[in-house]
Design a binder for this molecule. Structure first.
Ligand code: HEM
Length: 438
């Protein structure tokens, strides 16, 4: 699959602001590309995605380009559509670059709230499928962010193959997550070559983005699995109220927030001293699909629920006393004589004090995937965390082995992706991985 489909010489650096012919193929369908490119409307269709869209609304738009990718410290939006992609057999380095370039052009339009393709959803050639699927028309940008990640398999497959000539760019710390106690991982919701985290304040905007990015990927990558999330379970800015998870508890109180620049530099962003240039200013994303047996949880008493979490259910203050944002005191003793925050309470075991100072930025979402024949909800937390080194997550998750909350949890999906730094004007997502020296 090397070389451009149009027969032009392959420089490895696609033209910025232009969807490749192969990307158009996904948007329009094979017959329509021939019709459109060969016909009078061809030039217009091949121009920048969304460039001619008069109907899009950029109000509520989050800039797509910047030093870091958006969707990490961006105040957590209300909705999620997370997708893991598998690259198809036969896709080579040039095709991968072309895909990332096409995704960049489209992501820029989508995050502006613009339609894809010059003809958008309803103004293109009548005999071709519309280049934009249309369901986000009139919904605006809705604070959409698209965060792109690279799986370890991009650098080395399970069989040790270097498919894309990237093996020398593999960061030393980028190892697969180990198996954890109580893992019940389903391969159908685990891993992937690439990931896209789409977050927005409107669910249809997030779904529209993943749907259209998936169309553009046609012939190069397919969605391996995806997950919808309907309620954020973290604050990533002090300007936000703390939301609640499906256990009914405030979640995201003790998080690394956007305002904590020192904390972000120390724990979340890959430092400038990192040997791999492409990853400096980036991060690592861990996703865990955690099923919660909420019917059993709902039968636990209030005091038992609070004992398990280590915080009060109402205000979210630590059981050692104080208000929500007061620091927990793990030495404090309860009136009954034992530790005020139980030794197997979630917040004790997850706290940096118990984990050599390790901190992460949590950005997860509640989900409900329907219900089973017994009438139980397929509910849970789609946990997402960002950290400068996957070892941080591993350390905390290993500490949680003793967590009394485990009785109500099953980790059923998992993934780890390197998040390249943000991009400057004219660059495509992850460009430094393919162009700069290590
Ligand atoms: C469904 C599973 C989970 C639920 C329901 C849950 C719930 C909570 C709640 C209610 C809090 C207290 C409020 C807060 O500080 O945000 C909390 C804190 C925390 N959780 Fe979880 N959590 C889950 C899984 C995880 C996992 C898998 C990790 C990481 C491996 C994790 C890491 C943390 C951390 C680091 C804190 C803050 C601890 C502190 O500094 O006080 N949680 N979680």
């Amino acid at each position: 699959m090397s070389g451009t489909p149009s027969g032009e010489p392959d420089t490895g650096v696609p033209e910025p602001n232009r969807v490749s012919r192969r990307g158009l193929f996904g948007l329009l369908g094979s017959g329509a590309v021939g019709l459109a490119v060969g016909g009078a409307g061809g030039a217009a269709l091949a121009t920048a995605a969304g460039a001619g869209n008069p109907g899009g609304s950029s109000s509520g738009a989050v800039p797509f380009r910047g030093a870091h990718q958006a969707g990490i410290v961006t105040p957590a939006q209300d909705r999620l559509h997370f997708a893991s992609f598998q690259l198809l057999r036969g896709v080579d380095r040039a095709a991968l670059i072309e895909l990332l370039s096409d995704w960049t052009v489209a992501a820029e339009a989508l995050t502006r709230g613009a339609e894809l393709g010059a003809g958008g959803a309803a103004s293109g050639p009548p005999l071709a499928p519309p280049s934009d699927t249309g369901e986000a028309l009139g919904l605006g940008a809705a604070k959409l962010t698209l965060t792109f990640g690279f799986g370890r398999s991009l650098f080395e497959t399970k069989d040790g193959e270097d498919r894309f000539g990237l093996a020398e760019r593999l960061p030393a710390e980028f190892t697969e997550l180990p198996a954890f106690a109580f893992d019940l991982l389903d391969s159908a919701t685990t891993g992937g070559d690439l990931c896209i985290q789409a977050c927005a304040d409107d669910p249809q905007v997030a779904v529209h983005a993943i749907r259209n990015l998936s169309r553009i990927a046609m012939g190069r990558a397919r969605i391996a699995w995806s997950q919808l999330g309907f309620g954020r379970t973290s604050s990533t800015s002090q300007s936000q109220d703390t939301p609640r998870n499906l256990f009914g508890f405030k979640d995201g109180t003790a998080n690394v927030m956007a305002e904590d620049r020192e904390g972000l530099a120390e724990h979340i962003w890959v430092p400038e001293s990192h040997p791999q240039e492409w990853l400096r200013g980036g991060s690592y994303l861990v996703a865990r699909k955690i099923a919660m047996t909420i019917e059993t949880w709902d039968r636990a008493s209030l005091s038992e629920q609070e004992r398990i979490v280590g915080r009060t259910k109402g205000e979210g203050g630590p059981l050692s006393g104080g208000a929500e944002f007061d620091a927990p005191n793990f030495e404090a003793v309860s009136t009954a004589g034992g530790p005020a925050i139980a030794t197997d309470a979630h917040v004790r075991l997850a706290h940096p004090e118990q984990n050599g100072g390790a901190r992460m930025l949590r950005r997860g979402y509640n989900y409900v995937d329907g219900s089973n024949p017994l009438g139980q909800l397929g509910a849970g937390l789609f946990f997402i965390s960002f950290q400068k080194d996957p070892a941080t997550f591993v350390r905390v998750q290993q500490s949680l082995k003793a967590d009394s909350m485990n009785e109500y949890l099953r980790h059923v999906g998992s993934g780890l992706w390197a998040i390249p730094r943000g991009i400057s004007p004219g660059e495509y997502v992850g460009q430094a991985l393919f162009t700069k020296s290590a």
